[in-house]
Design a protein around this ligand. Structure first.
Ligand code: GRF
Length: 188
């Protein structure tokens, strides 16, 4: 059975694209039914349009609360019979409304070996700390910031003093690890 998913992203969307391309190559039996973004100008919107995938773009400022915009998102997800929510660079904490509607059905990817360096700019944090090895974590989402149960991790060597190169290595590993992990999740 093809698993129906929604991808949530706030930025470039390279992970979204990697997932979509894996689906198109037949490596992942899933369908991205919807891309959700809180940044209507983000490049992920352009990527989604190129693939013909519908986008729900919202601006949190236009709502009185997280509950309000999440209730709208939950209605859209239910309407499209979405089974899993895949966060890929979505820069907002998931609130109670979405968490309770999709309990144990929300996953995230983070560019560090959690529990080290949660939150923003994980690569910068790791480099400032001087670690020689960092990595990528895929985890279930709970109410905390990058705190849910870990599903998969992969190590990446830091390129000393070179943020850009380290980030490129991390992205390459993310694109493979996310697809592989989703495949295992959806098959079980
Ligand atoms: C990735 O590094 C991901 O781990 C983090 O946000 C970044 C998103 O990159 N949560 P992209 O938008 O998928 O290119």
């Amino acid at each position: 059975m093809t698993t129906k998913i929604a991808v949530f992203a706030s930025g470039s969307g390279s992970n979204f694209q990697a997932i979509q391309e894996a689906i198109e190559r037949g490596e992942l039996n899933a369908k991205v039914e919807l891309v959700v973004t809180d940044k209507p100008e983000a490049f992920v919107v352009t990527r989604a349009k190129q693939f013909g995938i519908p986008v729900h773009a919202f601006s949190a400022k236009s709502y009185t609360s997280k509950e309000e915009y999440e209730a709208e998102i939950v209605a859209l997800l239910r309407d499209r019979k979405i089974e899993w929510v895949v966060l890929a660079g979505y820069m907002r904490l998931i609130g109670h409304t979405l968490l309770s509607a999709y309990s144990n059905r929300i996953v995230n990817i983070h560019p560090s070996l959690l529990p080290s360096f949660p939150g923003k700019d994980a690569i910068g944090q790791a480099m400032d700390h001087g670690v020689k090895v960092t990595g990528v974590t895929v985890h279930f989402v709970d109410e905390g910031m990058d705190t849910g149960p870990i599903l998969a991790q992969a190590a990446v060597e830091v390129v000393d003093g070179n943020h850009e190169e380290t980030e490129a290595r991390i992205h390459a590993v993310e694109h493979e690890l996310y697809t592989k992990t989703l495949k295992k999740l959806f098959e079980n």
